[in-house]
Write a protein that binds this ligand. Structure first.
Ligand SMILES: O=c1ccn([C@@H]2O[C@H](COP(=O)(O)O)[C@@H](O)[C@H]2O)c(=O)[nH]1
Length: 275
């Protein structure tokens, strides 16, 4: 999916919501555990209930690979189901990969060729040759970790040399490798006030913003400091939506939670003159 197609979806659905499929067997409703693949059945129900309200889904790969071969199968079934039934939805592999070049090439092939993901999150720490193998696929995206939502972000990402913080260096340097047409950045909603500085370095790039919902980030603040004329945001909520209810009505309640965020997003885009 290219930049314009993503923007069209955002306008059409009046939404820049990404639902995180961080599916944990210990947290899903009990009645699903009798199914052959409870994780897939849970994801399918969440997706069917929310697809009209979202522009992206983001399975976090850790929740699948911890189950071994069975987990990878649940992941593959989930993403193939989404691509077949909701081909307009942008798919993010939250895998946080990155290694020496020939190894990154294998990671890229796994997620962008052998599975129908549109994008993958990549850690920038190993530099250019660890990132560029992910950039060689047409209409696929690297989503580079820039300023993360967790407390540990303060350990390294704010390290300063001269005027520039490390996460600012990541934003600036990586623009030599990719463009706004194939690279996005992860910026945590918990650090929304940093978004206006980030927009000075990356005014047009899409930002994937996790941390709304369970981590307490504010959608209003994210939009205030981070929204650009093309919206430029994919805001993720995982636990706040998918685990909002643990009864057989879980998918319905997830839909209601997603709708609340989508309606807020429509108002924010309207106020910005995007719709
Ligand atoms: O900085 C980051 C980068 C990634 N994440 C991931 O996003 C989701 C957030 O889940 P919630 O349940 O909405 O808190 C999860 O997969 C994280 O691994 C992040 O939170 N922050």
């Amino acid at each position: 999916m290219n930049y314009q197609a993503l923007f069209e979806q955002i306008k059409l659905k009046k939404s820049f919501l990404c639902v995180g499929l961080d599916t944990d067997e210990k947290k899903i409703p009990e009645h699903l555990l009798k199914e052959e693949d409870p994780i897939f059945e849970f994801n399918k129900a969440i997706v069917d209930a929310t697809a009209h309200l979202v522009v992206a889904y983001k399975p976090n790969i850790a929740f699948y690979e911890c189950k071994g071969a069975k987990g990878w199968l649940s992941l593959e079934k989930t993403v193939c189901y989404i691509k077949e039934n909701y081909p307009e939805v942008f798919l993010i592999a939250d895998a946080k990969r990155g290694d020496i070049g020939n190894t990154s090439k294998m990671y890229a092939s796994a997620f962008l060729e052998n599975m129908p993901f549109d994008s993958i999150t990549v850690a920038p720490y190993m530099g250019e040759d660890s990132v560029t193998p992910f950039l060689s696929y047409k209409d696929k995206w690297v989503i580079l970790l820039a300023l993360t939502s967790n407390k540990g972000a303060f350990d390294f990402q704010f390290f300063q040399e001269g005027e520039q913080k490390l996460f600012e260096k990541v934003l600036e340097k990586s623009q030599e490798w990719g463009s706004q047409d194939n690279m996005m950045y992860v910026v945590g909603a918990t650090k929304a006030e940093m978004l206006s500085d980030i927009r000075k370095i990356a005014p047009n790039h899409f930002l994937l913003v996790p941390g709304v919902g369970a981590q307490g980030g504010s959608l209003q603040e994210v939009a205030k400091y981070g929204m650009n004329d093309h919206c430029g945001l994919l805001v993720n909520s995982s636990r706040g939506i998918i685990y909002a209810d643990s009864t057989p009505k879980f998918a319905e309640v997830a839909r209601e939670k997603a709708l609340e965020l989508q309606e807020e997003m429509a108002d924010l885009m309207d106020a910005k003159g995007i719709l």
